[in-house]
Write a protein that binds this ligand. Sequence first.
Ligand code: ARG
Length: 297
Amino acid sequence: MLYRTASEIDFSVDELGVMDLPAQVLMTSPEFFDVKYVINPHMADKVGTIDYAKALEEWQIVQTAYEQVGLNVHVMEGKSGLPDMVFCANQTLPYQLPGHGGNGVVLSEMYADERRREVGFFREFFSALGYQTLSLGASETIHFEGMGDALWHPGRFLLWGGYGFRTDLRAYEIVSDSLHVPVCLLELTDEDFYHLDTCLSILDESTALIYPDAFTPEGLEMIRAVFTRVLEAPEAEARNLFACNAHCPDRRHVLIQRGCNTTNRLLRDADFIPIELDTGEYLKAGGSVFCMKQMFW
Ligand code: ARG
């Protein structure tokens, strides 16, 4: 159930279990958002540079954009001393078992010590909704950063699993075994693209937006084997504007950092509707739209 190369792919996407597209969005309020330490290259010269008023305004615009595309936004309060908690894609991997077989989350084992305490708040939030919460439960520490690295194939019971910087390859053996889900493994090769959601945005069942140089040749070949349409963001937009951290929640609208002009042209030519947002304060911490929310059922 773990796939590493195109030649190993023995399924076609339309044979895989069907999942609903999630309609619930979780965001963490940004009053304690900051850059206080450096755990990815984007943060390197950004400690102490956050404009808090601007960060709040940008966050509210992202929230409104989700409401405008018809999703239901839940807000969890940010916590003092956890400046990265606003990036709420990272602490869990929500799942829905095929055939409505139950909802749950896999809890992350954060790579950075500074972020480990975030996870408990998400365990509480999802438990209160009646979600099952699964820990990796390994005897040694295996890192896993939730939907920073593990991305659902929209509408299908298939995961794309990035590893190399924040998530250990072995995490996917556990996730695949516990959920009985196939996982296509993608090794990440460029530290600016330290999470899979910085270089792969899965727009719909057949379309992916990628930054190709962040992958190995085997990974790229596998992406091209599964997706019939692969859009490539240019380097400056991917590296500096997080173009591939765009998010398409409904197979049509794509919420994306403002200024990704070439990427937006590719999106429009493929019949998507880009919705440009400014996440400039969050880019300083190494995140944009996709990282600022968690989708669940
Ligand atoms: N400063 C955060 C970190 O390095 C940013 C996380 C961004 N999230 C993401 N899914 N890429 O952990």
